[in-house]
Design a binder for this molecule. Structure first.
Ligand SMILES: Cc1cc2nc3c(=O)[nH]c(=O)nc-3n(C[C@H](O)[C@H](O)[C@H](O)COP(=O)(O)OP(=O)(O)OC[C@H]3O[C@@H](n4cnc5c(N)ncnc54)[C@H](O)[C@@H]3O)c2cc1C
Length: 568
């Protein structure tokens, strides 16, 4: 059995920041990841990262984030995010100056959606990659042990405290691929869950593993109904066109050639928060002001009002992506775009020390919910959350491990053989009528979620979605998946767990969406179309107790800013 004091699951921005902080606290630290660290999803973040530019901006940034969250974010947590932004950006910049600067050598931030002043720093078009690259270099030069190509399949607890987990070693032989790890504290930093939806900017690795692992270990989840849909993805492929495009002046147009955002957000126009823009786009589509010559209706993102030279200097990456993936020259033609699932505001419920309710279990990054984004995240706030709360999680996990005794997982062999036996029972290499194919169930699940848990929801549709997801869940429990041999191989095991995780998440998202009978931020219910602070200024908490989901509520922590009308 492999032992480390602190194990961080996930080698993206949050995980690497957590591991680097933990190792500075004189404990034995490992990081384990199903992807190679520099393939983590954080590398895709092009847009930028937010910082409170100066003391005055600290308050503006706080207020923008709370208003952007539709007043659901916990204000003491947002204070931590904002107040630590300068320190964490300096941590990066002290290693290497990567952020764009003006001729005077000062930061040249951009104004992103929902912000009243420019505060989004960019490292050219590769902010996420550049930050992760710096951290990875530090990690390679540290004593942190890195296990890459390992997927965590199940957490192990003793007396409601984390003691370890079962992992799948991708580089092993089929018969020895299941391994046992033990630790005193565990940080889950497993990133996004967007592959639950068929229309997503997330890649196929974003299967919500950490959230599903945590809920099965007794952890509480929070805000799971709040799913962000980004306004601008390429029609068909859902490749993201970064918000930086609109920050630098690109327009959204409907089929009448009108900048329709003036009807929804007269002041901020294309720089309103994402929930408002995506919903406005759906309204334009429903009311027939979209284009309909393709399989799905779409709208336009326009750069044609810029000089070609300006486009070349400012939108180089977008120009390349548009040419290669949409066959469009943006100097001459508009881009065809649709909203697509992009980000989970909800996740593993943690406090301001990044602790979950399970002893020894911590979380950070997109799989966690502290909650700084509430019902809608502002662009640039996720990367910042990853490093601010990644650092906090690493420190908390290290302190916890120093103050606690090692819990021994006894009988390693029987743990593994029991797990292998249960696994084998889920697969068969024989052919019969009840055989299941992972890819087919996965496709069904993803289209169910896109249809029933999208931008506009109502009770009937959510219930229909739930019924269909329950059918898939029952199938998994009563039938067997097709395997190439008598025991499943590594990729079959990996995909089986990812599918199970996503089906669990789908059910939880729909349950939360059904429960919240109001519209707030990214959660819009056509049958309860207004925000209702009297009844719903609270978080929905979900916990799995004896295989059923218990729903409870926690109040929103308000320090200074009372809920107000949200005009842009
Ligand atoms: C296209 C795109 C652009 C974006 N642009 C921006 C932006 O400009 N600014 C911004 O603030 N936000 C942006 N976001 C959001 C932001 O990038 C992510 O929320 C953030 O990077 C997530 O970081 P993370 O560390 O939580 O997860 P990730 O970077 O995804 O890392 C997750 C890690 O967990 C590991 N893992 C997962 N499951 C397991 C398992 N079972 N076992 C072992 N390891 C596991 C993976 O291998 C990976 O290393 C963007 C998102 C997308 C999709």
């Amino acid at each position: 059995m492999i032992y480390h004091d602190v194990i961080v699951v996930g080698s993206g921005l949050a995980g690497q920041r957590a591991a680097l902080e933990a190792i500075n606290n004189d404990v034995d630290v490992a990081i384990i990841s199903k992807l190679k660290p520099m393939n983590s999803h954080s590398v895709l973040a092009q847009g930028g990262i937010n910082i409170a530019i100066d003391d005055l901006d600290q308050n503006n940034y706080f207020e923008d984030t709370i208003k952007g969250s539709d007043y659901l974010a916990d204000q003491d947590s947002v204070e931590i995010l904002v107040n630590n932004s300068k320190h964490e950006i300096e941590f990066i910049e002290n290693i290497e100056r990567i952020f764009d600067r003006n001729n005077d050598g000062e930061y040249s931030p951009k104004k992103f959606g929902g912000a009243i002043t420019p505060r989004t720093l960019r490292a050219s078009d590769s902010t996420g990659f550049s930050i992760l690259n710096i951290l990875y270099d530090q990690l390679l030069n540290s004593k942190v042990k890195i296990y890459e190509d390992y997927q965590v399949l199940k957490l192990i607890t003793n007396d409601e405290q984390i003691s370890g987990f079962i992992g799948l070693n991708y580089n092993s032989t089929n018969s020895n691929c299941i391994e046992l790890f033990s630790c005193k504290s565990l940080v889950l930093a497993t990133g996004p869950s967007g592959y639950v939806f068929s229309n997503t900017t997330n890649s196929s690795s974003c299967t919500g593993d950490g959230i599903a692992l945590a809920v099965s270990a007794g952890a509480k989840l929070k805000d799971m109904e709040f799913i962000q849909f980004h306004p601008t993805s390429l029609v068909g492929s859902n490749i993201l066109i970064t918000e930086a495009a609109r920050a630098k002046g690109a327009y959204l147009l409907n089929s009448d050639g009108e900048r329709f955002m003036k009807n929804y957000a007269p002041e901020q126009l294309e720089l309103a928060p994402r929930d408002i823009i995506s919903r406005s786009m759906i309204k334009e589509i429903i009311e027939g002001r979209s284009f309909s010559d393709l399989n799905e209706p779409y709208l336009h993102l326009s750069f044609t009002h810029f000089e070609p030279e300006f486009i070349k200097n400012n939108f180089n990456d977008i120009q390349i992506v548009s040419r290669e993936f949409a066959n469009t020259d943006i100097t001459k033609h508009n881009l065809k775009i649709v909203p697509a699932q992009h980000y989970f505001m909800g996740g593993i419920s943690i406090n301001n020390s990044a602790e979950s309710n399970v002893k020894g279990l911590f979380a950070a990054g997109e799989c966690a919910c502290v909650s700084v984004h509430g019902a809608n995240r502002l662009g640039g706030n996720s990367l910042l959350e990853c490093i601010v709360f990644g650092q906090i999680a690493g420190r908390s996990a290290a302190i916890f491990s120093k103050n606690s005794h090692k819990i021994f997982i006894t009988d390693e062999d029987s743990h593994i053989s029991k797990f292998n036996k249960e696994l084998s029972e889920c697969f068969t290499n024989s052919s019969n009528n009840n055989i299941l194919y992972i890819s087919s169930l996965r496709n069904d699940m993803r289209s169910i979620m896109t249809t029933y848990a999208g931008i506009i929801r109502d009770e009937n549709n959510i219930n229909l979605g739930l019924m269909k997801i329950h059918n898939l869940k029952n199938l998994i429990h009563s039938n067997q998946f097709k395997s190439k041999s008598s025991h499943p191989n590594i990729s079959e095991i990996s995909e089986f767990f990812e599918l199970s995780f996503m089906i669990e998440l789908s059910e939880i998202i729909l349950l939360s969406a059904l429960n919240r009978k109001e519209s707030r931020g990214a959660h819009f219910r056509s049958d309860y179309s207004s925000r209702n602070d009297n009844d719903w200024l609270k978080h929905i908490i979900i916990q799995k107790i004896n295989s059923t989901y218990d729903i409870s509520y926690s109040p929103v922590r308000i320090t200074t800013l009372n809920p107000d009308v949200r005009n842009y």
